[in-house]
Design a protein around this ligand. Sequence first.
Ligand SMILES: Cc1cc2nc3c(=O)[nH]c(=O)nc-3n(C[C@H](O)[C@H](O)[C@H](O)COP(=O)(O)O)c2cc1C
Length: 242
Amino acid sequence: MRVVNLTIIVINLIVIVLAENIIVTTRYYIFTTIYKVSFLISVLQTIFMKVFGICASPRNNTTEYVLKNALNQLEADGFDCDIFTCQAKTIRPCMHCDYCLENKKCIIEDDMVDVYKNLQEADGIILATPVQSGGISSNMSAIMDRTRALEAIDYNLLRGKIGMSIAVGGDRTGGQDFAHLKNVTYFMIHGIIPVSGGPFGSNLGASFWSNDSLEDIKKDSYGWESLNRTLIEFENFLNKYI
Ligand SMILES: Cc1cc2nc3c(=O)[nH]c(=O)nc-3n(C[C@H](O)[C@H](O)[C@H](O)COP(=O)(O)O)c2cc1C
């Protein structure tokens, strides 16, 4: 993606240099100024890699706390970050009506519109889910299914992005790995490159034990270590492959 962007930048530079030398009228001066501004924006977009984090809890509590912490660390390292939380949002389940295949957009008009926009723009994606019934939340499941509409637009839209998983369980061994496996499976199906934090406690991503409490998750040192290790790999992958 970066190579394509750089090629476009070089082509744009040539166009600007040619326009500067050939075009002299006021109308074209305005045109080239607008062109230069939009070109500058595209250059900045290429320099700053974008990370999009989805918090799939129905409330803003422990999972959101962990995700925001991860995004803050990434922002401190120069990444441009955005978050979507499912709290008070409507994400209806996919109806398998196949409208998206014909019309290149989802028939359901709800808060997925934000997710679609951010997923398209992102270089890195963080899926953060509370563990529910031993796996991902129903919000996360609905979001995953609804991205079928993105691939209806362009099969390669998500391919080559980097993906990272965060799972927050109320129990110490409440199904965090099953939640990670679902997130990682989703990444693989869509051509997103999944990262591991390494074989010492962050094998499939960052795993937390919240004990159903915001105060307790802050004390989950093992969870924070797993987050730090996974973030290091996530950044390495972004810098190497994007
Ligand atoms: C419907 C429901 C099912 C849950 N199932 C599990 C579970 O299977 N395993 C587990 O460890 N925690 C389970 N929990 C607890 C949550 O994972 C835990 O409280 C988590 O910290 C919630 O994240 P949040 O604060 O971001 O909402 C469940 C909670 C709810 C509401």
